[in-house]
Design a binder for this molecule. Structure first.
Ligand code: ZN
Length: 188
């Protein structure tokens, strides 16, 4: 008779109590996640794009500093960093990364008299429109327009963590592998 009760309670436990316990813990895990998201939104300062209307660009060959609209500058960067015949979405991703990197540089300056320079080994690659068009074949103005469209369509978009611009460095070729920043430069 005792065995019957044991089987009965085991049956109840497996069919009803265990599922109820598991469901409850899943729900509490979900609510923890949404609580965290709400907290993140509360503590973060809003990103104000308008404050970065123009930037001061150092031309390293002449040592001149040019004040230029951020998105105009980005057209020169994107066309220097990525082949124009790449898909538009790739160029737009490059525009967002370059914009993020530029704004990070404005807040973490290397140069006393400028926000960023035109040297890829120091700050970020840049090419004049004249030099860019000279190196392209075919319909050069259409290619430049494609770059301008990609920058315009991503206007105001940057990558943030806690609403702060990330240090969005990038590479043209990883050699098939990537490495954690902490193992290369330090920092997370
Ligand atoms: Zn520099």
């Amino acid at each position: 008779m005792k065995k019957v009760f044991i089987y009965f309670f085991a049956f109840l436990f497996i069919c009803f109590i265990l599922p109820a316990l598991l469901t409850k813990s899943e729900i509490s895990a979900l609510s923890e996640v949404s609580d965290k998201e709400e907290v993140t939104e509360e503590v973060s300062e809003p990103y104000i794009y308008n404050q970065y209307g123009t930037i001061r660009l150092l031309h390293t060959d002449t040592n001149e500093v040019e004040e230029v609209a951020l998105d105009t500058y980005l057209c020169h960067v994107v066309s220097a960093e990525m082949p124009v015949d790449f898909e538009k979405e790739a160029l737009k991703a490059q525009a967002i990364v370059a914009r993020t990197y530029t704004i990070y540089k404005i807040n973490h300056k290397k140069h006393d008299n400028a926000d960023i320079c035109d040297e890829s080994t120091c700050c970020q690659a840049w090419i004049s429109k004249e030099d860019r068009l000279a190196r392209w074949d075919g319909d050069k103005e259409a290619k430049w327009n494609k770059i301008e469209e990609c920058v315009k369509e991503t206007q105001g978009k940057i990558i943030t963590y806690n609403n702060q611009p990330i240090n969005a460095f990038f590479h043209s070729n990883s050699g098939g592998k990537t490495e954690l920043p902490v193992d290369v430069w330090g920092g997370r």
